[in-house]
Design a protein around this ligand. Structure first.
Ligand code: ATP
Ligand code: MG
Length: 597
């Protein structure tokens, strides 16, 4: 069965060329306003080359928002003939882990981005960062503070709303702000040596406690955490803060353009302050709007909460907006690429309708998916005029969009399965499927006419009877009879038991993170986001279906269950050893309708 089906390599090609090939799409996806800045920098000699980085923190798995960041980082470099580093921003020992590093690398590769061996870790820069901090202390521009983290926050002040005008009254100097350079150097060294308890001291930049931008009010550069780090173990008892670490790491790698999401915009003056005061390579930060999507959350903190509270089966649950979840659900790297080029890049935050991703998916899957038949809720159809044991071989097209996908053989037998919904005892108006006396076309098969049906004691229809017309092989009526309905079916002699999983939105609210007081994100969870259909049946060739995996070269197949939607095999079989199929997306295109409106 399915002769050619499984030999067809429908997997995405691997390698960075996937994303780099299409220069036009690349330019679009990489954002014109960023390109303009970069171009100007090259023209006016600020830089003579382009070098970017993608800097995930290994404290969770990557989500589709990171795909946007990564696309911009890698494509901007490619566009200007430059390079892009993969850097793990790992300076937070409590939350980071090697398993996250591995998951991140897997996902970046899957998307087709190649960091060309330039894999870096901010934790490798601890010594360099320490020396930079010492330089800043020596200039009298940083001091060791004994205030607690809470006091520091209070001394820095907060924005207040007076008559609807937000003001930030000046902060107050710490009593330790005037410590001398020698004392600061000594204390900072002793912080490093582990002499003080967690939180007992911090190193702060000495900038301006009256600055209107709170970020500039003597921000903390280092904190004491006697916590082991997944890479440096117990070597360090102090850890640099993101705002200090990030610009310095960029400079260390010679990053020309440090592209990041909009929430870092107010941190830019600080980024520049550290670069200037540490006297390092003048990396430049440019911000773009974050990707937000409806009915989901794009924040590792929130996603971690879903994993930890077991609302999902893991980071790669097919309902998750993580790259691993999307892949397991059947999303292709090509569909993500097309999605990224459609959403574009701007400086204004917006929320993208998830229906757009579905649209991109359908567009890609329509080209590559093998068409097969599966019956999710089976009902027996008995062909009265076909002998038991008789087998008629029929031909089915594997993919009408791709001639190269070939054809396969399917068998027609006396007992076949049809969809429960495709029979009605008393049909509603415009019902063109099976009911007593009516004829339908069996996909790739014959025209059959319903003769009768059987019920059990509870009144449920348990079998339907029909006769087939042997002159209609392939589904064409020689007498030009009008047959309005075509239904899918399976030979009962061969059908493969499968489990189907149908997914809905993870949240009921369009913006699930916007929660009213007293409620939490978890209150917005959709209790019906997963429907498990056991006892479904499919063509026997699906026994060998290959789940999509990271390494596209190893295979990975995409299917269209005719009339149901697109499906992929889950890497794990069901408890009875039956293959499990995840529904990727329905066939119907709601996006076109939304656009039409
Ligand atoms: P999260 O809020 O999910 O934890 P993050 O910013 O803390 O995200 P990082 O690992 O620090 O996660 O992010 C790596 C890069 O990805 C950063 O440059 C960040 O700006 C970018 N990024 C994160 N989320 C998004 C998003 N939703 N849209 C676009 N870029 C994003
Ligand atoms: Mg971050």
């Amino acid at each position: 069965m399915c002769k050619n089906a499984l030999s067809l390599d429908s997997a995405p090609k691997s390698g960075q060329t996937q994303f780099m090939d299409d220069a036009e799409a690349a330019a679009e996806a990489a954002g014109d306003f960023i390109s303009d800045c970069v171009k100007k920098d090259l023209e006016n000699g600020r830089f003579d080359h382009v070098h970017t980085r993608f800097p995930p923190e290994p404290n969770g798995w990557l989500h589709i928002g990171h795909c946007k960041a990564m696309t911009i980082d890698f494509l901007m470099a490619a566009r200007f003939g430059g390079k892009c580093n993969l850097r793990f921003d790992d300076t937070n020992p409590e939350k980071e882990d090697l398993s996250y590093v591995e998951a991140i690398k897997r996902d970046v590769k899957w998307l087709g981005f190649d960091w060309g061996g330039r894999e870096f870790y901010a934790s490798d820069y601890y010594e360099y960062l320490y020396e930079a901090a010492v330089r800043i202390i020596k200039k009298g521009k940083a001091y060791v503070d004994d205030l607690s983290e809470d006091d520091i926050r209070e001394y820095r002040g907060t924005a207040v709303d007076k008559n609807h005008i937000t003001e930030t009254p000046p902060g107050r100097d710490s009593p330790f702000r005037s410590r001398g350079v020698e004392e600061n150097l000594d204390l900072f060294k002793r912080m490093r040596d582990g002499e003080f308890a967690d939180g007992a001291k911090t190193l702060r930049a000495k900038i301006d406690m009256t600055h209107p931008n709170l970020v500039m009010r003597d921000p903390v550069m280092y904190r004491i955490r006697r916590e082991n780090h997944y890479r440096t173990g117990s070597a360090w008892r102090i850890y640099p803060m993101y705002d200090f670490q990030h610009p310095l790491s960029d400079a260390k790698e010679g990053i020309t353009h440090s592209l990041c999401s909009l929430e870092y915009e107010i941190h830019r003056p600080l980024y520049e302050w550290f670069i200037r005061e540490a006297e390092v390579f003048p990396s430049r930060q440019i911000e773009f709007a974050r990707l937000n999507m409806t009915y989901t959350v794009l924040s590792k903190r929130h996603l971690l909460q879903l994993v930890q509270t077991k609302r999902v089966s893991g980071w790669d649950d097919p309902r998750m907006p993580t790259l691993a979840g999307l892949r397991r659900r059947g999303c292709t790297a090509a569909a993500l690429r097309s999605f990224m080029s459609r959403i574009g890049v701007s400086k204004t935050d917006s929320t993208v309708d998830t229906a757009l991703l579905d649209y991109c998916l359908r567009e890609d899957l329509n080209k590559r998916a093998l068409r097969v038949m599966a019956v999710l809720k089976p009902l027996k159809l008995i062909i009265e005029n076909l002998d038991e044991g008789a087998e008629i071989t029929l031909e089915a097209v594997n993919n009408p969009e791709d001639e190269g996908a070939g054809k396969r053989e399917i068998l027609f037998t006396r007992e076949i399965w049809i969809e429960l919904d495709d029979f009605e005892e008393s049909p509603p108006p415009k019902y063109y499927r099976l009911y007593p006396g009516n004829s339908v076309r069996l996909r790739y098969g014959f025209i059959v006419t319903c003769t009768s049906f059987e019920k059990d004691e509870a009144g449920n229809v348990i079998a339907v009877r029909a006769v087939y017309d042997p002159l209609t092989k392939g589904g064409n009526a020689p007498d030009n009879r009008k047959i309005k309905g075509t239904i899918h079916w399976l030979s009962a002699a061969r059908a493969l038991p499968i489990q189907a999983r149908i997914y809905g939105h993870l949240f009921t609210a369009e913006r699930p993170a916007d929660v009213p007081p007293g409620k939490t994100l978890l209150d917005n969870i959709n209790p019906d986001s997963l429907a498990i259909i056991k006892g479904a049946l499919a063509e026997p060739c699906l026994r060998q279906a290959v789940p999509p995996d990271v390494d596209g070269a190893a295979g990975g197949q995409f299917f269209q269950f005719e009339r149901h939607g697109y499906f992929v095999r889950d890497p794990e079989d069901g408890t009875d050893g039956e293959p499990v199929f995840n529904k990727t997306v329905a066939l119907r295109d709601t996006w076109a309708k939304i656009k039409g409106k």
